[in-house]
Each structure stands twice: as C-alpha cells, then as structure tokens.
Design a protein around this ligand. Structure first.
Ligand SMILES: [Ca+2]
Ligand SMILES: [Ca+2]
Length: 385
C-alpha cells in the first residue's frame, strides 16, 4: 500500500510512504468506556435531550493483515505497539453494547480532527495513514484518550540524538529522572522492545516512551515524520533497540524538532536545524538550548524540564474549565478523592506509578504549581504551533 507523502504540506520533498515492515501502531490506552449519560445538543431549536442509560462502549484497534491473520487489539494498559506489514490496514473500531443510546467520538490525526460524530451504534474508521492518532469518547464528561502512532517506512535518512528531562519524574537531588514505572512493572508492552531492557537499572533505565517529530522548516506546524523513542533516566532518547540514535524517514534538510511525552507539554526547537545522516545532538535539558515560543520548558536550576500535568492530552495545562487536567485525576480515582489507583495512567503526573488526588506526593499539586501566580484560573499553553 502506497500513501502519498507530504509534498503540499510544506515538508522537504515529495516522497511516497510505503506502509511496510516497521510501521508501528503504538496504542497505549483507552480503557473500557462507560457511558453514564450524554447530553445531545441538537443544532436546531429542539430541546436538550438527556440520555441516562447504563451502557458500555469499547474502542479497539484492528489490524487487518494482508496475510489473513488479523489482530484485534482492545486498548489496554498492556499493549502499546503493533507493526503493520506491507498491505496491512489499521482501523479503529467503536463498539457499543448494553443499553447505550449514543456516544460522541472524536478522532484526531496530528492534532487535527478527522472524525467527530455522535453514534448510536458501532462503526469502523480507517487509521492507516501515518501520524499520531488520538481517539476520545465523550459521554457526560470526556474520557482518557486512546493514542497510537503510525510511522512511514521510507528509508531513514536523518539521524538524531535527543535528550530531554520530564518534570514529572525529575529529581533535582539526583539530577536525573526516577524510573518508578519500570521498577513497578507497569510500563506497557512496546512492540520491538526486548524485555531484557526492562531489567536495566541505573542511568540507562527506562523512564517511559516518548516521541520525536520533525516539522517542516517552511511550515513549523506541519509534521514531516515522527518516531517513537525510549527515554532513559539520564535524559537520553534512544530508538526501540535501546542503543542507537533515532532514524527518521525524511531527506536531509532543515527541520524543526519536537519532543513529545503523553502527559507533558511538548517543546520544539526555536529554529529549523540542519539534519542529515550524521547524528545531530539536540539537548532540550539545557536551559541555554533555544526553544520555540516563551517558557516552553520549566527551568529548575541548571535543568530545563518539559512541563508536567497535561493529563488531558490537550495542548495546555489547566486546573478548571473545559478539558482541564485536574478532572482526569478525579476520574481515575473515582468518587472518593482520597482513593489511590496504581498503574500506568495519564493522570499520574509525577509518574510514580500511583494516581493520587490528595495527600503527600499527589498528582494535583504539580498542576497548580505550574500555573504559577494565576493559580486555579490560569492556563499554561504549549509552545508548539
Ligand atoms: Ca491539558
Ligand atoms: Ca503519581
């Protein structure tokens, strides 16, 4: 299967992307969704309809193999990555049962909404085009998004070594990041990653999965390629084999570079960087390393950290209002705010493997801290176009 490249979107050249070996679906999460009630706002003068039905909706990723051996992946915390072979397709399936009346589903690719509809029955949606995907179900409130990633498999031509700190697990006393998720055994399975890597401790221990994007020099909002990477305690981002630099399927040229983590704000280089076959090192940990926008990172001493607290996976950190990051924590802990939940979650702001709303080491305070003097009503916007 051939997909046309990014010629009209500002990337360096017109290329064809083959969906072949090495295409990855990284679909970490999207727990079973429970629709309690949903308010359907009609566009005309019709009154608001209220559905208050106990029902269940599921989000699945289906990989349709050309070989005939299809995979169905119910989103779960234990599955993060799937590979497509030549000719394979990927689909998101939305399944509803029980007494569901309706749910609203929104699918984004590279941040742009490509599907937004209210459905009363299940449907399938093609997601074979390379890019970041996010699928969110809405009922009486939004749910934790399911995200996954499809790369192109053009021959890699650009090499990059990227280093970054995440505020959540960063420990200023040691000058490195904690690897609590690895130590607790809750990191999701990542296809292509040897399980022995999870046994590595010390500075090269695995903190979490991240992504690195190349953006067009002419149009920095245009994504040219994305690659998954593994973030180590010392800030190194390495490829899924654990050692080498990241390889991108883009021709040599100038690119903006974005580093991305699921519940931190992304950061981008201030300018387009000349990249090619010899690895270029970009150190986002360094406060003097220039980034796009203002206050793109939190500066703590001699360390620059990606801002923590983006539990809702929208492009800002907020404590109140639509898509705020506090509600996601409350959703995970449930009706009792003193309840704690262990595991791998967007809501785990400090990445210690526990979702906690109150008390010592809770995940809420970091959100407030990062809003600074504006406190609860402030919004910290991501500095990536
Ligand atoms: Ca957010
Ligand atoms: Ca936590």
């Amino acid at each position: 299967m051939e997909l046309r490249g990014e010629a009209d979107s500002g990337c360096v050249s017109s290329v064809s992307y083959g969906l072949g070996h090495g295409v990855h679906l990284i679909g970490p999460k999207s727990p079973t969704m429970k629709c309690l009630y949903y308010l359907l706002l009609a566009v005309t003068l019709a009154p608001v309809q209220t559905f208050a039905k106990e029902c269940y909706a599921y989000c699945s990723l289906i990989i349709i193999r050309e070989s005939g051996e299809n995979d169905t992946v119910l989103y779960s915390f234990s599955t993060t990555t799937y590979s497509l072979d030549q000719g394979d397709q990927a689909k998101l399936a939305f399944l509803m049962n029980g007494t569901c009346m309706s749910c609203r589903w929104v699918v984004r690719r590279n941040g742009a909404v490509i599907y937004d509809a209210i459905t009363m029955s299940g449907f399938e949606f093609d997601v074979s085009t390379p890019g970041f995907y996010q699928a969110v179900g809405y009922a009486d409130n939004f749910f934790e998004p399911g995200t996954f990633f499809i790369a192109n498999t053009q021959v890699p031509l650009v090499q990059l070594e990227v280093k970054a700190w995440l505020q959540g697990p960063y420990d200023p006393d040691t000058g490195s990041m904690r690897d609590d998720l690895r130590a607790a055994g809750v990191l999701p399975y990542i296809h292509g990653v040897d399980s022995s890597m999870l046994g590595i401790s010390g500075p090269h221990a695995l903190v979490d999965q991240v992504f690195v994007e190349l953006r067009s020099a002419n149009s920095p909002q245009t994504q040219c390629d994305i690659r998954p990477g593994l973030l180590q305690r010392n800030g190194d981002i390495v490829s899924l084999n654990g050692t080498s630099s990241l390889s991108f399927g883009a021709p040599a040229g100038d690119y903006y570079v974005v580093v991305y983590h699921r519940n931190h704000l992304r950061a981008m280089t201030a300018t387009a960087i000349s990249l090619g076959g010899d690895p270029v090192t970009l150190d986002f940990r360094d406060p003097l390393f220039p980034t796009y926008g203002s206050e793109a990172r939190m500066i703590e001493g001699d360390a620059a950290l990606l801002w923590a607290g983006n539990t809702s996976n929208h492009h800002s950190i907020s404590y109140t209002g639509n898509y705020n990051d506090r509600d996601v924590i409350l959703q995970v802990v449930g009706s009792d705010p003193t309840h704690v939940v262990a595991g791998y979650s967007y809501a785990d702001v400090n990445m210690d493997g526990i979702v906690k709303y109150t008390g010592p080491d809770n995940d809420r305070d970091v959100i407030l801290l990062n809003l600074g003097s504006e406190l609860a009503t402030g919004v910290r916007e991501e500095q990536v176009p």
